[in-house]
Design a protein around this ligand. Structure first.
Ligand SMILES: [Zn+2]
Length: 179
């Protein structure tokens, strides 16, 4: 058979698609502790500086806690969430006090499961009851650790830190500024 356009040069082979990490739709859902990143956190000498969110996460961002460092007092957790600048899902350790409103969640999101899998944190917690217990404990720890940031240093009027906004005990109370 003659080629229909014999003068036309043959096309080069099509470039092969670059393999991309594919989320596994068949990955088992896992129980994680959903939480939100505090809008503002106290830091610096005397807790006088306020910073929005954390280095990695925007204030208010939703994250999932996949692991808790119980030994040192549950002051740190491993969380998965969207990085504040790129929006990409990342797995990173963060301070428990930077999070609030912990609640149990059965997570199906393929990207989340995939990121946890590659960080070897795919297991989550064992069932809804255990996850609910973890959430209660983390909520208490987060409050406690927030209250321990510069406890002798009064919060300014109309402080934006999470402890003040949420009316947590120990924040601004001693100065009588709590409303
Ligand atoms: Zn405050």
């Amino acid at each position: 058979m003659n080629r229909p356009f014999p003068d036309e040069p043959e096309l080069p082979p099509l470039p092969q698609p670059v393999p991309q990490p594919v989320p596994r739709p068949d990955a088992e859902p896992v129980w994680l502790a959903a939480a939100n990143v505090v809008a503002w956190r106290r830091c610096g000498p005397g807790g006088r500086e306020l910073r929005p969110g954390t280095k990695s996460f925007k204030g208010g961002a939703k994250v999932y806690v996949a692991r808790v460092y119980w030994g040192p007092g549950g002051d740190r957790v491993t969380a998965v969430g969207r990085e504040r600048h790129t929006g990409r899902w990342i797995v990173i350790d963060t301070a428990t006090r930077h999070l609030h409103s912990f609640r149990p969640k059965l997570v199906h999101t393929p990207r989340v499961l995939e990121r946890l899998g590659s960080a070897h944190r795919a297991g989550g917690f064992t069932g809804p009851e255990r996850t609910a217990e973890v959430c209660e404990t983390l909520e208490r720890y987060a409050r406690q650790y927030r209250a321990e940031i510069a406890p002798r240093s009064p919060h300014p009027d109309r402080c934006l830190c999470h402890a003040c906004l949420a009316g947590e005990t120990g924040a601004a109370g001693e100065t009588g500024a709590a409303g």
